[in-house]
Design a binder for this molecule. Structure first.
Ligand SMILES: [Cu+2]
Length: 141
C-alpha cells in the first residue's frame, strides 16, 4: 500500500513538472491563499491553473500557493483573481461573499484576510451630535 502511494506520488510529481515545463518565460512566486483541506487545494489549483500559462501548487500547511506563470502571457494578479472568484481570499483579492458561501461546509475557512481589511476601513469615527436648542418658544401671541 505504501509502495502504491509512492508510485502515485511520483507520477503526480512527474506530471506537474511536465506541465510546468510547458510554461515559457516561467516565473515563480508565492502568495498567501486561505483555505482548509484537500478539497480546497483542488479548487484553488483548478481555478488558478491555465494551460501553458499558469500552474498553481497550494500548500495547506502554510496556506501559501506557489504560482508558476508565463510572465509574457499573464500576471500573478490574474491568477489570484481567478482563485478569489471561486471563493478563496488571498493577499491580492478577496473572494465575493457569494462564492465563499457556496463553498463546501468543510471548506469555509476563517476569513482572516477579509477581517483585517474591513478592520482598517471601519477606522473612521462617525460622530453624532444631538441637535440642541431647538426653540419652539415665542411663537405664541
Ligand atoms: Cu476544503
Amino acid at each position: 500500500m505504501k509502495r502504491l502511494s509512492y508510485i502515485i506520488t511520483t507520477c503526480l510529481v512527474l506530471l506537474s513538472t511536465l506541465s510546468i515545463a510547458q510554461i515559457k518565460n516561467a516565473k515563480t512566486e508565492t502568495a498567501k491563499v486561505n483555505g482548509n483541506c484537500g478539497m480546497c487545494k483542488r479548487t484553488i489549483e483548478k481555478a488558478g491553473n491555465m494551460k501553458n500559462e499558469a500552474q498553481v501548487v497550494w500548500d495547506a500547511d502554510n496556506q501559501r500557493a506557489s504560482i508558476t506563470y508565463n510572465a509574457e502571457k499573464t500576471t500573478i494578479d490574474t491568477v489570484l483573481k481567478r482563485i478569489a472568484q471561486v471563493g478563496y481570499d488571498n493577499e491580492k483579492y478577496l473572494a465575493p461573499d457569494e462564492a465563499y458561501a457556496n463553498l463546501h461546509d468543510c471548506c469555509q475557512y476563517e476569513r482572516k484576510l477579509k477581517q483585517s481589511k474591513t478592520d482598517t476601513k471601519s477606522d473612521e469615527h462617525s460622530q453624532h451630535k444631538p441637535n440642541q436648542g431647538s426653540s419652539h418658544q415665542g411663537k405664541h401671541h
